[in-house]
Design a protein around this ligand. Structure first.
Ligand code: F6P
Length: 348
């Protein structure tokens, strides 16, 4: 565990020293809240359901907080019961709605949220979202409201976690969409350059690229040269008889329209660009995301129940584990270079 020495709100930096403390030792929490924050991800509803049900069966009072930290600041919340979360496990998006709150990034905003918690009697919160949301969870924990983060983002860019809620569904959606693009690409002997989401991370692009058999995959984590990584590969593949090509480009690289023009000019293969956009964030969660979300929501309440806050739940090698938020935010996750190398070798 780490103890806070000082906190600089403007720079969003915290200074810690290592010591053996738990945020609220020996405290049993009876009233908690749950919110979803940041970009929505399929499976968020399944996580909310698990949190509410776990809290209810353990005779805790649970509040659903609408629109993330903004809703908390505005007191936009309602008490939930076992039936409040019926028929949501299969739904994409988040029935609690979500937001990215500017106000919560200020010291005043955090203090207002803490005051609302005290007024209503909320003693701890499960925060379902990405790393921006975990910074908010850390700030509240430091302010005396223990929070547990549940990683939900299609980007899979939470370092302590092998797979985040929503990632698997999003990969499957991309695969289905690109399979459709492939049908028309093949019919016209074209090249299609497809941009997929992921913010500054390339996990979606790399894994979806493998799943659709892309000729080239461009991700921010690996440097590339258009001539070597795309044009030469297309020419080499043409010599073996192939006449259509799929290129997957991560959002963190972007520029697919220009890239498509460049490819067409250099290879004379008619080329189109497609930005898949927000269609990737919607849809019914896969089995994997529903189970993962249920496990994580369950674990988060178990942690809060005995007063343990300032933690992030994670999945590592098939096991549900948890980490200090500060440590989790400072971990680094790298791209699997063997996976990248394999994709490069077999997609030809
Ligand atoms: O973090 C999820 C994500 O979908 C990213 O992949 C993308 O860069 C971003 O959110 C888009 O955010 P918005 O919905 O605010 O445009």
């Amino acid at each position: 565990m780490l103890k806070l020495l000082s906190f600089d709100f403007e720079g969003q930096k915290a200074y810690y020293i290592a010591c053996n403390i738990s945020i609220l030792e020996d405290k049993i929490l009876k009233t908690i809240g749950v919110l979803t924050s940041g970009g929505d991800a399929p499976g968020m509803n399944a996580a909310v359901r698990a949190v509410v049900r776990t809290a209810c069966v353990n005779e805790m009072t649970v509040y659903g907080i609408n629109r993330g930290f903004s809703g908390l600041i505005n007191g936009d919340l309602e008490q939930m019961n076992l039936r409040s979360v019926s028929d949501i496990i299969h739904r994409g998006g988040t029935t609690l709605h979500t937001a990215r709150s500017k106000e919560f990034r200020t010291q005043e905003g955090v203090q207002t949220a803490i005051d609302v918690c005290h007024d209503i009697g909320i003693e701890g919160i499960v925060v379902i979202g990405g790393d921006g949301s975990f910074r908010g969870a850390r700030d509240l924990s430091l302010g005396g409201i223990p929070c547990v983060g549940v990683p939900a983002t299609i980007d899979n860019d939470i370092s302590c976690c092998d797979s985040t809620i929503g990632y698997d569904t999003c990969l499957n959606t991309i695969m289905e969409m690109v399979d459709r693009v492939r049908d028309t690409t093949e019919s016209h002997d074209r090249c299609s350059v497809v941009e997929v989401m992921g913010r500054s991370a390339g996990y979606l692009a790399l894994n979806a690229g493998i799943a659709v058999g892309a000729t080239s995959i461009l991700i921010p984590e690996v440097s590339y040269d258009v001539e070597i990584n795309i044009i030469e590969r297309i020419r080499r593949t043409q010599k073996t008889g192939k006449r259509h090509f799929i290129i997957i480009v991560a959002e963190g690289i972007g520029g697919v329209e220009e890239l498509a023009k460049n490819i067409e000019a250099k290879t004379q293969v008619e080329t189109r660009s497609v930005v898949l956009g927000h269609v990737q964030r919607g849809g019914s969660p896969t089995v994997r995301d529903r189970v993962l979300a249920s496990q994580m929501g369950y674990k988060a309440v178990q942690l809060l129940m005995d007063g343990t806050g300032n933690r992030v739940v994670a999945m590592q090698k098939g096991e549900i584990v948890d980490f200090d938020i500060y440590e989790a935010l400072n971990m680094k996750k790298s791209i699997d270079s063997n996976l990248y190398k394999m994709a490069h070798e077999i997609s030809i």
